[in-house]
Write a protein that binds this ligand. Structure first.
Ligand code: KG4
Ligand code: ZN
Length: 343
């Protein structure tokens, strides 16, 4: 079965053709056009600009994705319809609806977090259940318990900022370009000079807004400036070494917080046979190292290029939904939902 998948939930215009045979997934094409260069200039995503860029990029991305593949070969179309930026989701969803009508193909509506989780099945098809999925992206930080394919129970979530959002905000304080995750990882030194607090949050929930504020206060203290000093101006006083050391201490603390929660999650769900990490932040090499040291063979990561937003993962999620007997949706009526929980 060949699936054309489309992803436009945030600032990546992506399409892919994924072929599923039994439990195996093969990527026949995968195209991602990222808008990060546009948003680096603004220091973050501007939803209206993102939607317009999707509109411009969509057709060229589709043409490239379908190069050498005929429409007769495509068995289904899958698209991210929730959650994400309203205008961005609309462009991908409307495109998929039109293609499904035009080419008379069944259409599958996919939840973005499912796609992130299933990016791991692009790598490996023998991940043992039950498992704990840790989704760490720019919009989400969640621990999801999965008894089997397509069974999702949220057991931990962030009460405020997502961890990726925290990387982006801390990068801004340090004067590093958007997106903050890769910028912080790139400049981080080997030192752990600044001690930053771990939030005390009950159960398996997270909180990351306090960590961002802790970095802000530590920077002000280091520079001998008052807490009233505006955060956007601090970068003008920091030298390269200080930026590298703050980046390192922040990155280390964020990773420790995630790893501690996963240890707690394993104590609560001792039957979990695997830990499946996904989302943009899962590209972080330091995090991969720490998790592999702590959790050994239990832990799975997607290939780094499939950690962030892409459409191959949407195809993977769709394939496993179809295998589980999911119904296609009516292409005349499929709606988008900017917010929704995985289910
Ligand atoms: O999954 P994703 O591409 O989009 C959402 O669904 O949100 O995640 C984007 C997030 C951004 O916050 C970005 O800073 C973060 O992933 N990110 C990283 C790294 N690469 C991307 N965070 C830490 N280390 C990285 N190497
Ligand atoms: Zn994402």
């Amino acid at each position: 079965m060949k699936i054309l998948a489309i992803e436009t939930s945030c600032d990546e215009t992506a399409a892919a053709v994924v072929e599923g045979v039994d439990e195996d997934l093969k990527i026949l094409s995968n195209v991602v056009v990222s808008q990060v260069d546009i948003f680096a200039a603004y220091g973050g995503v501007i939803p209206e600009v993102a939607a317009r860029s999707h509109l411009e990029a969509m057709m060229p991305v589709l043409d490239k994705t379908m190069e050498g593949i005929s429409w007769n070969e495509i068995d289904a179309i899958a698209v991210t319809h929730t959650p994400g930026l309203l205008g961005s989701l609309l462009i991908g969803t409307l495109t998929a609806r039109q293609l499904a009508i035009l080419h008379n193909k069944p259409l599958y509506a996919i939840h973005h977090l499912k796609s992130h989780i299933y990016a791991n099945w692009l790598e490996s098809n023998n991940i043992a259940f039950p498992l704990l999925a840790l989704v760490i992206s720019g919009g989400h930080t969640q621990i999801i318990y999965m008894k089997g394919h397509n069974q999702f129970e949220i057991v931990g979530t962030t009460r405020d900022d997502a961890v990726g959002e925290c990387f982006d905000k801390v990068a801004k304080i340090l004067g590093l370009p958007y997106p903050g995750g890769p910028s912080i990882a790139k400049v981080a030194s080997k030192n752990n000079k600044y001690k930053l607090p771990h939030p005390r949050v009950e159960g398996l929930d997270f909180s990351f807004s306090g960590l961002k504020t802790a970095v802000l206060r530590a920077v002000q203290k280091e520079l001998g400036l008052p807490i009233s000093h505006p955060s956007h101006d601090l970068k003008n006083y920091l030298n390269k070494q200080q930026v590298a050391d703050f980046a390192a201490s922040f990155q280390r603390t964020a990773i420790e917080i995630l790893a501690e929660k996963m240890e707690q999650a394993l104590t609560k769900f001792p039957e979990a046979k695997s830990i499946v990490v996904s989302g943009g932040v899962s590209a972080n090499e330091e995090l991969r190292k720490v998790f592999k040291e702590k959790f050994g063979d239990k832990v799975y990561f997607p290939e780094p290029k499939f950690a962030g937003d892409n459409a191959a993962m949407v195809g993977a999620a769709a394939y496993y939904e179809i295998l589980a007997g999911a119904k296609s949706v009516d292409p005349c009526y499929l709606d988008i939902m900017p917010r929704s929980k995985i289910n």
